[in-house]
Design a protein around this ligand. Sequence first.
Ligand code: CA
Ligand code: CA
Ligand code: CA
Length: 209
Amino acid sequence: MNSPKALLLATALAAAAWSAPVAATPWAESGDAGALLPGAQVVSAGTTSISGSLSPAADQDLYAFTWGGGALTLVTGGLLDTQLFIFNSMGVIVGANDDDGPGALSLLNGPLAAGLYYLGITSFNSDPLNAAGQDIEDAIGSGGSTAFQPGACSLALADCTLASWRSEGAAGAYTISFSTPTAGAVPAPATLALAGLGLLALGLARRKA
Ligand SMILES: [Ca+2]
Ligand SMILES: [Ca+2]
Ligand SMILES: [Ca+2]
């Protein structure tokens, strides 16, 4: 292969590896999402909205998503008086909001460190409880806050890990919108290897030219 061809191939390979876009996709609840970590539905990379339903009344739905880091705004939609909660990978509460969206809808926003999170949606007043039956929304404050608060647990309760829910709330449909698509898992080694080969070929082509 002569140098110009090698250069073109290397450039194409590198571009394909680095710019592969993640399509923005809506995620629909499949059946009923579980209320606790083991039953959470795992949304795919590139998710920009979740739609589902709290059904029957006093349902709680949990979704797991990977976040790439940076500013994130989450807002609920629908006719319910929603509550939105976010937990870290261990189930410790890092955010809660009741009514800061339009009407009685919920809003969370601000910077959020990269990681795996669980998003919980309920209808008022189904709050998350720890193993002792304490309301862990109290770590954030009554009604919650729009800000993500990863350090909130130590403020009010010794244990802010989701163990169960207060069984309350109405039935109905909801949406949760993401300002930025969810991230995927860590880039696959094959993708990185392909990019590495492309860059290596580029370097060789340059050296031969
Ligand atoms: Ca549901
Ligand atoms: Ca559920
Ligand atoms: Ca609400």
